[in-house]
Design a protein around this ligand. Structure first.
Ligand SMILES: [Zn+2]
Length: 75
Protein backbone atom coordinates (compact mmCIF):
# COMPACT_ATOMS: atom_id res chain seq x y z
CA UNK A 1 0.00 0.00 0.00
CA UNK A 2 1.46 3.27 -1.07
CA UNK A 3 -0.08 6.05 0.86
CA UNK A 4 1.02 9.56 0.14
CA UNK A 5 2.21 11.51 3.10
CA UNK A 6 0.50 14.74 3.94
CA UNK A 7 2.54 17.78 3.02
CA UNK A 8 4.55 18.75 6.02
CA UNK A 9 4.50 22.37 6.97
CA UNK A 10 7.89 23.87 6.39
CA UNK A 11 9.49 26.72 8.20
CA UNK A 12 12.27 28.90 6.93
CA UNK A 13 14.92 30.74 8.82
CA UNK A 14 14.03 34.47 8.85
CA UNK A 15 17.68 35.32 8.41
CA UNK A 16 18.89 33.09 5.61
CA UNK A 17 15.78 31.30 4.37
CA UNK A 18 17.04 27.83 5.12
CA UNK A 19 14.51 25.15 6.02
CA UNK A 20 14.16 24.65 9.74
CA UNK A 21 12.28 22.18 11.89
CA UNK A 22 10.02 23.32 14.72
CA UNK A 23 11.92 20.87 16.87
CA UNK A 24 15.21 22.61 16.20
CA UNK A 25 16.91 24.11 19.16
CA UNK A 26 17.27 27.47 17.47
CA UNK A 27 13.83 27.51 15.89
CA UNK A 28 12.62 29.66 14.16
CA UNK A 29 16.21 30.22 13.15
CA UNK A 30 18.37 27.56 11.56
CA UNK A 31 21.25 28.27 13.86
CA UNK A 32 22.39 30.39 16.73
CA UNK A 33 24.32 32.47 14.24
CA UNK A 34 21.19 33.46 12.34
CA UNK A 35 19.44 34.27 15.58
CA UNK A 36 22.21 36.68 16.41
CA UNK A 37 22.04 38.18 12.94
CA UNK A 38 18.38 38.93 13.52
CA UNK A 39 19.08 40.40 16.93
CA UNK A 40 21.81 42.49 15.34
CA UNK A 41 19.23 44.08 13.09
CA UNK A 42 17.46 45.39 16.14
CA UNK A 43 20.68 46.58 17.68
CA UNK A 44 21.78 48.40 14.54
CA UNK A 45 18.51 50.25 14.36
CA UNK A 46 16.90 48.56 11.37
CA UNK A 47 13.73 48.26 13.35
CA UNK A 48 13.79 51.72 14.74
CA UNK A 49 10.93 52.54 17.02
CA UNK A 50 9.78 56.04 16.35
CA UNK A 51 8.68 57.73 19.52
CA UNK A 52 6.51 60.79 18.95
CA UNK A 53 7.59 63.81 20.88
CA UNK A 54 4.78 64.98 23.06
CA UNK A 55 4.47 68.65 23.72
CA UNK A 56 3.80 69.38 27.42
CA UNK A 57 1.20 71.93 26.43
CA UNK A 58 -0.66 69.36 24.40
CA UNK A 59 -0.70 67.05 27.37
CA UNK A 60 -2.16 69.76 29.54
CA UNK A 61 -4.79 70.47 26.96
CA UNK A 62 -5.79 66.82 26.82
CA UNK A 63 -5.91 66.63 30.61
CA UNK A 64 -8.32 69.53 30.81
CA UNK A 65 -10.86 67.78 28.64
CA UNK A 66 -11.65 65.13 31.19
CA UNK A 67 -12.47 67.37 34.14
CA UNK A 68 -15.98 68.09 32.92
CA UNK A 69 -16.60 71.50 34.34
CA UNK A 70 -19.99 72.96 33.77
CA UNK A 71 -21.80 69.66 33.43
CA UNK A 72 -23.10 69.03 36.90
CA UNK A 73 -26.26 67.01 36.60
CA UNK A 74 -26.12 65.90 40.18
CA UNK A 75 -27.83 67.80 42.93
ZN1 LIG B 1 19.59 30.78 8.98
Amino acid sequence: MTQKKKPVKVFRCPSCGMLVQPTDEDFPFCSDRCRKIDLGKWASGVYKISSPVLDPEVLEDLGGLGTGRGGSDED
